[in-house]
Design a protein around this ligand. Sequence first.
Ligand code: GLU
Length: 322
Amino acid sequence: MKTAVFGAVTAVGLVLSTGSVAAQQTFISIGTGGVTGVYYPAGGAICRLVNRDRAEHGIRCGVESTGGSIFNINAVREGELEFGVAQSDWQFHAFNGSSRFEEQGPFEGLRAVFSLHPEPFTVVARADAGISSFDDLSGKRVNVGNPGSGQRGTMEVVMEAMGWTMSDFSVVSELPAGEQATAMCDNNIDAIVYTVGHPSGAIQEATTACDTVLVNVDNDTIRALVEDRDYYRMATIPGGMYRGNADDVTTFGVGATFVTSDDVPEEVVYQVVKAVFENLEQFRALHPALAILVPEEMASDGLSAPLHPGAERFFREAGLID
Ligand code: GLU
């Protein structure tokens, strides 16, 4: 643990006029994603619940907008962030040292805290681009996502399975999630990809700023990918959620998960989990994509790294795991 970043600091400046010394303060940061995604508001919701009880536990929680899943896992690994939100596929690969994490090797200290909302692999195209299925992306102008984002990593896995390289697209851009809707609606690109919960501000923006279609990502290659991998499942984006997209869309998806490292003390993780689970009703109300969360599923779904002992303690006490 890098104590410089994560030390429990006694705030000398907070000596109260009564002469009593303020309780020890511990600072924690959560790495999220773009501000129009769901990770950022979800991280904000976690911090809000944690900070409410700060006087009792002394933990002060802050949220950071970042490049996404892979960035967050690497920052937790470096001790630069205590917590991060990450796709279940990248949690799996980071812990096992596979796929994008092969070169770095397994992140053995990675710990699961709980899972959050489902994240369908979402492809949105301009209505005039002639894209009606995922296969039609070939030859088109596509934003594949910024390096470090979950969607970029997952897109590369899918491209490899499809036998595509970047040169199969006529234009490739690497814009972060928050910039891609504008680029598409300005007609600089034909399609965008985003692994994200629904509804999200980013997809709302893309579907209202110009005429679009949500594209089915369903073919034999995708079905085979899902069949072979526990962290993927087929997913539906319900029709009627976004302007101009009345029909259900079939794609595959992952789950958003909340992760930390074994360097973060048990008591800190315990208090964070407690703040969320004891106020779940409020947590669910803080973003519509979180509304469907169920405690039993949050304690187990999509968690391939071992549970952090602080999370395990709370889940046992709450009867969510045996
Ligand atoms: N799944 C995206 C990623 O891992 C982020 C989605 C969001 O910010 O809600 O980068």
